[in-house]
Design a protein around this ligand. Structure first.
Ligand code: ACO
Length: 321
């Protein structure tokens, strides 16, 4: 039996933290108190104009490769989850492959599942590895969400940030990934979207992120609870036997409500949203990397990752380090 296990993680946040007070100083009609009370976010990182998504992904990937103790050309599959690709095509994964100096013909493609993108990428990579077709996957969540925000819309611009997280998933005789589940319901697309597109040399429609915050909140809490229970049941693991939960880092109130519904104490939940805001597909691998590097998640620990995002898409995976 071939399993897929995590061999290394890495992450990257560009530039200095931009605090809530910094946003006020930049003229946004908000306050530290409002943002902290409603979301738990205290600061975020904003990529300078010269950095694109594949640059953030490259640094996170190099850190993951170093942690795994392997070279870039040992990778035979690259999956980048992003909603802010460098360009329409080629894929950010192909550009990342080039920036990492990988010349071995590895497969490379992007996944567009917004904030669930990393969970989608992890689950897809695991299926490639378990099939025997590939041995070592680089799965990255990387975003420059600051570029699709309407900075005159205080209801959304304070919530998001830029960053990248990467994981090396490799074939193993022991688990590894225990179970996973992916879902989507496109009928909910209007409550969180960037509706615009590019055609005939012009932006057609609205190029900024639009969100019905309260509808997203309710939807997120419901499906995050459901999908966590689904992967636990599929994996034959009781919730009490899970050492850590790493939910998508969008909003601490969504995280708390989901943990409460599952009966998981908050001291078993990894939260990093306070320091980088919602980095969409990058948020889970960022939090995972922090918790592995600071020694909370240790070899043998079981942990559950779960995400929800525009589409709507949602998914979860249960793993053992
Ligand atoms: N600063 C100060 N006041 C603000 C701000 C701001 N940044 N934004 C909105 N307000 C005001 C509004 O204008 C409104 O004022 P009014 O009562 O005078 O009209 C008031 O605050 C309440 O606005 P609501 O939008 O109703 O605030 P709500 O309590 O719903 O909180 C929030 C908004 C934080 C977005 C909440 O709905 C939420 O957390 N939703 C989840 C969305 C989320 O996390 N999305 C992330 C992306 S989705 C994902 O990753 C799955």
């Amino acid at each position: 039996m071939i399993y897929a296990r995590i061999a290394g993680t890495g992450s990257f946040l560009p530039g200095d933290p931009v605090t809530n007070d910094d946003l006020v100083a930049r003229g946004i009609d908000t306050s530290d108190q409002w943002i902290v009370e409603r979301t738990g976010i205290r600061s975020r990182h904003l990529a300078p104009p010269e950095l694109v998504t594949s640059d953030l992904a490259r640094i996170a990937s190099e850190r993951a490769l170093e942690a795994a103790g392997i070279g870039a050309n040992d990778i035979d599959l690259i999956i980048v989850a992003t909603s802010t690709p460098d360009c329409i095509f080629p894929s950010t994964a192909a550009l990342l492959q080039s920036k990492l100096g990988i010349r071995n013909g590895s497969a490379a493609f992007d996944i567009q599942a917004v904030c669930s993108g990393f969970v989608y990428g992890l689950s897809v990579a695991e299926k490639f590895i378990r099939s025997g077709s590939h041995k070592r996957a680089l799965v990255v969540g990387a975003e420059v969400f600051s570029r699709i925000l309407d900075w005159s819309d205080r209801g959304t611009c304070v919530l998001f940030g830029d960053g990248a997280g990467a994981v090396i998933l490799e074939a193993s005789e022991t688990p590894g990934m225990i179970s996973s589940a992916l879902h989507a319901d496109g009928s909910h697309h209007p409550i969180l979207c960037v509706p615009g597109s590019v055609a005939s040399g012009q932006i057609i429609g609205d190029p900024f992120l639009r969100m019905d915050g309260q509808a997203v909140f309710k939807f997120a809490v419901r499906v995050l609870g459901d999908v966590a229970l689904e992967v636990l049941e599929q994996g034959g693991v009781e919730v009490g036997a899970v050492d850590w939960m790493i939910p998508h880092q969008a909003n601490v109130r969504i995280i708390q409500a989901t943990a409460k519904r599952l009966g998981v104490s908050m001291d078993k939940v990894i939260t990093t949203v306070d320091r980088h805001g919602n980095t969409s597909a990058a948020s889970i691998p960022l939090a995972l990397d922090v918790a592995i590097r600071d020694g909370r998640i240790r070899p043998g620990h079981r942990f559950l990752v779960e995400g929800v995002g525009g589409g709507f898409t949602w998914g979860a995976a249960l793993l053992q380090l």
